[in-house]
Design a protein around this ligand. Structure first.
Ligand SMILES: C[S@@+](CC[C@H](N)C(=O)[O-])C[C@H]1O[C@@H](n2cnc3c(N)ncnc32)[C@H](O)[C@@H]1O
Length: 253
């Protein structure tokens, strides 16, 4: 799947708010080694580096486009091209941040404990994943994908894996001294309905759009916009409040 740093960063302020809330909840006091898994354009890495100014901070991502933007933004930090599924640090680390990235990976039942296993005692894994698969924006994407002329190519695409908070609490409690889980729904004020489409073009729609030719992509987006207009009422001033539920897991080894 291809990622565009430019498209993703259109809503950077709103996308970075959960990172701030997540990093603020990390109980580990000091860190020598901190890693940002799925660092994207470096927005989450920046928050991590601000919180742990003495740490050696590394950002990991599988997208060259995202890494180029992260390196431009934070030239003093280290960024590496790697798959989170295969990430295996040479030494145990103090903090692992994964903001809006692990939802793209399968097999959380083994992934999360494996990541905890890369922490020093007292170190923390801090994860935020969107919890919005049943929101209208996602249901519409599945519906448009399944009903258009592109159905044979993208109609069966599903996002890899999502679980409720109690799944992660029970999964990580046996290998952690503390597990903190919570869910928040952000209400993002966006300029109009077209902005809602732009938001998801930068993330959840990518698996559907990537396989399509440009003309089909435009047709998909037009059908999707029509559904978004019907599903999200505009405010009096024309803006749209986009509800976005997110799940947070902060696990300390
Ligand atoms: C939604 S962005 C999150 C960016 C940033 N962490 C933030 O807080 O806004 C997800 C990022 O995860 C990366 N990613 C997805 N799957 C990955 C994998 N298996 N290995 C490494 N990076 C991955 C994508 O390239 C993308 O940059």
């Amino acid at each position: 799947m291809t990622w565009s740093a430019r498209q993703y960063s259109l809503f950077e302020q709103q996308r970075t708010r959960p990172v701030r809330d997540l990093v603020a909840a990390i109980p580990t006091a000091t860190a020598h080694l901190a890693v940002d898994l799925g660092c994207g354009p470096g927005n989450s890495t920046e928050v991590l580096a601000e919180r742990f100014p003495d740490a050696r901070v590394t950002g990991i991502d599988s997208s060259e486009d995202m890494l180029a933007e992260a390196r431009r933004r934070l030239p003093a930090l280290t960024f590496e091209l790697a798959d989170i599924a295969a990430w295996n640090p040479a030494a145990a680390v103090d903090v692992i941040l994964a903001n809006a990235s692990l939802q793209w990976l399968p097999d959380h039942a083994s992934l999360y404990p494996r990541l905890v296993g890369k922490l020093k005692a007292g170190g923390t894994l801090a994860v935020q994943t969107p919890d919005n698969l049943e929101e209208p924006a996602h249901r519409l994407a599945r519906q448009v994908a399944a009903q258009g002329p592109w159905a044979d190519r993208i109609g069966a695409i599903r996002h890899p894996e999502r679980h409720t908070g109690d799944f992660y609490f029970q999964l990580l409690s046996p290998c952690c001294r503390a597990v903190d889980v919570w869910r928040t729904t952000y209400l993002h004020p966006l300029a109009n309905h077209a902005a809602v489409v732009e938001w998801f073009k930068g993330s959840a729609l990518r698996p559907y759009l990537d396989p399509l030719e440009p003309a089909q992509r435009d047709a998909f987006l037009a059908a999707y916009l029509e559904g978004i207009v019907a599903a999200y009422p505009a405010l009096d001033d024309g803006r749209v409040l986009l509800p976005f539920p997110r799940l947070f897991v902060v696990a300390t080894r």
